[in-house]
Design a protein around this ligand. Structure first.
Ligand code: ATP
Ligand code: MG
Length: 325
């Protein structure tokens, strides 16, 4: 059997931080106990809301952070003992704009990182040319990075992460801050990498992203994995639910609270739009909920009411709305 790309067992991370001089210290349990297996060749997505522990998992797997307890094996090596050898076999890209030299061109950034990875100059040159094509930066690679858009910086980050041709690539929120088209293009790029044999471990809080490209996903919540499998399988965790959705005008916290207390309601999500709020209610019996809505809304205007099948996002909302097991 081939060695797992990532294998986490009872992985625990507690951050200790000082409150300030003489005021003692506090602890944050970022990972309670995480078990996870990612086989080689997979495009795997770790999902979870803000603060769930996604970045912490990636930092441990990439040897940037030591676990408090439990084990993390990456490409067969225990990360607590691994060093340079493992780092040569993995690549990582953390979301955001840091980590590039803004006054250098994209090309010179890649050359600099090629030196860090100790790539022979000839090989570095060939590899940079290949990657510039792959990430679609041909026309702009000699511009200074400070003139790049966010999407271009993210593409350059990806090229940097791939310079040494890693077997396994970690991407922490790769599409954060990108517009829908930029995000879609980047997703296609990542899917293409996986199709050509690179194992990819990405984190995201965007369900659609996971559904669009991942072979398998796991949902992390409050430092534990609460669901894992193919996106379809995770979606089925919401299969016994119906979803009622509408646009509401004049809805406030008090009304949302009343909605939450209606019989059978499992979760209510409210997303503010420009003029209206989009309200999504999950419940096992949408027909009876619709009948109760009128009196409950108490004069607030609901338009565009519809009942639909649950999506992966609904399953996710349900999972993270429940108290962790
Ligand atoms: N250096 C640190 N010191 C103290 N606490 C930390 C540190 N880094 C993260 N945490 C805490 O650990 C928990 C998990 O954080 P982490 O960054 O792993 O979450 P995340 O899932 O990546 O969130 P996000 O979606 O916001 O990026 C959070 O409660 C966070 O506040
Ligand atoms: Mg994070």
């Amino acid at each position: 059997m081939s060695v797992a790309a990532v294998e986490l067992r009872a992985l625990r991370k507690v951050y200790r931080h000082r409150h300030g001089w003489g005021r003692g210290s506090a602890e944050t349990v970022a990972l309670e106990s995480v078990d996870l297996d990612v086989p080689p060749g997979e495009l795997f997505g770790l999902l979870g809301p803000n603060g769930a522990g996604k970045t912490t998992v990636v930092k441990i797997c990439t040897t940037l952070l030591l676990p408090t307890a439990g084990t993390a094996r990456v490409l067969g090596e225990d990360v607590s003992q691994a060093g340079r050898q493992l780092r040569q076999r993995i690549g990582f890209v953390f979301g955001g704009e840091r980590g590039l030299y803004w006054r250098l061109s994209g090309y010179d950034n890649l050359r600099y990182f090629g030196d860090l990875y100790r790539l022979p100059p000839d090989r570095a040159r060939r590899r940079i040319d290949e990657l510039v094509q792959l990430v679609g930066l041909e026309g702009r690679i000699h511009d200074r990075v400070e003139r790049y858009s966010r999407g271009m910086k993210q593409r350059l980050h990806l090229a940097r992460g791939l310079l040494h041709d890693p077997e396994l690539l970690f991407l922490d929120e790769p599409t954060i801050g990108l517009d829908p088209v930029g995000a879609r293009d980047l997703r296609q790029l990542v899917r293409g990498l996986a199709d050509r044999g690179t194992t990819v471990f990405l984190t995201t809080h965007a369900m659609l992203e996971a559904e669009a490209i991942c072979d398998r996903i796991a949902v992390v919540h409050r430092g534990r994995i609460i669901a894992a499998g193919a996106p379809d399988v995770v979606r089925r965790q919401g299969a016994d639910l119906g979803v009622v959705e509408f646009e509401a005008v004049g809805i406030d916290d008090r009304l949302v609270q009343r909605l939450r207390q209606l019989p059978g309601v499992e979760a209510v999500q409210v997303v503010a739009g420009e003029l209206t709020h989009r309200v999504t209610v999950q419940c096992p019996d949408p027909a009876s909920l619709v009948l109760q809505l009128g009196p409950c809304l108490d004069g607030a205007l609901a338009v565009g009411l519809r009942v639909r099948e649950p999506t992966l996002e609904d399953a996710y909302i349900r999972l993270v709305a429940e108290p962790a097991p």
